[in-house]
Design a protein around this ligand. Structure first.
Ligand code: XBP
Ligand code: MG
Length: 241
């Protein structure tokens, strides 16, 4: 059995299916508040997910999908304003408890906690959004269960760049070979693998199922519900990965 010094979790798509019914809805509400007639459909949002980060995604939309829009001179300020409004909508959606954790996530987190295995988060989304999701699903104090939380603009380059995983490893004083990462996307796998992490477990979702996971150790539909499930991921399983 290989030693497991820490578990590092991605958030969006991995802890919960936040993209389609969380982030996408929040973006659309922010656009509407700003008097914009932009509507990101489920299908369009799938294409926009090729760029990580909300601010970066809005710019990608303007450059590749809505080229007719005459953007204000201060594009960065305009995008930052929309994104801040989107974050407020996202937090409100999470506070409503609309988005549950994915199958097996809470069970595995509780098992790791009981066994004293350190946990961390490495995500592209903002700290506000991590806080909103974790407290609405696991409770207010659950944020403290994660020794390190790497989120949003804390690093210069978002996934698929390795920055966020490298940052988390540095904070934990660990090397890539000591940890296990949970991801849902091709960009996430590239980010973790380029940070030197080889034990990457992917749980796919509707948006990511067809992506390239050749650098992941395991690809599963979810972490499994009961011990009878063929894809049941617990600490004993992780020891064999
Ligand atoms: C998640 C993202 C995020 C969210 C939006 O990627 O791409 O951009 O969609 O979050 P990953 P913000 O799961 O690979 O970290 O709007 O807060 O940036
Ligand atoms: Mg993700």
């Amino acid at each position: 059995m290989s030693e497991i010094a820490a578990l590092i979790f991605d958030v969006d798509g991995t802890l919960a299916d936040t993209e389609r019914d969380g982030h996408r809805i929040a973006f659309n509400r922010a656009f509407s508040d700003a008097g914009l007639d932009w509507d990101w459909s489920v299908e369009l949002y799938g294409k926009l997910l090729s760029v990580t980060g909300g601010k970066e995604r809005i710019k990608f939309y303007l450059s590749d999908f809505n080229t007719q829009f005459s953007a204000p001179a201060d594009l960065d300020g305009f995008v930052a304003g929309l994104h801040a409004a989107k974050t407020e909508h996202y937090k409100a959606l999470m506070a409503d408890g609309r988005i549950p954790l994915r199958t097996g996530v809470e069970r595995l987190i509780l098992e790791a906690r009981k066994s004293g295995i350190p946990m961390a988060i490495a995500t592209t989304t903002t700290m506000d959004n991590v806080t909103a999701l974790v407290s609405s699903t696991l409770g207010e104090e659950a944020l403290s269960w994660f020794d390190v939380i790497g989120a949003g603009d804390i690093v210069p380059n978002k996934k698929p760049a390795p920055d966020i995983f490298s940052w988390v490893l540095k904070q934990m004083d660990l090397s890539g070979s000591q940890v296990i990462v949970f991801e849902d996307s091709g960009h996430g796998v590239t980010s973790a693998a380029d940070a030197g992490i080889d034990r990457i477990i992917v749980t796919t979702n509707d948006y990511t199922a067809q992506q390239d996971f050749s650098r992941a150790r395991v690809v599963l539909p979810n972490l499994g519900m009961s011990a009878d499930d063929i894809n049941y991921v617990d600490l004993a399983y992780l020891g064999r990965v």
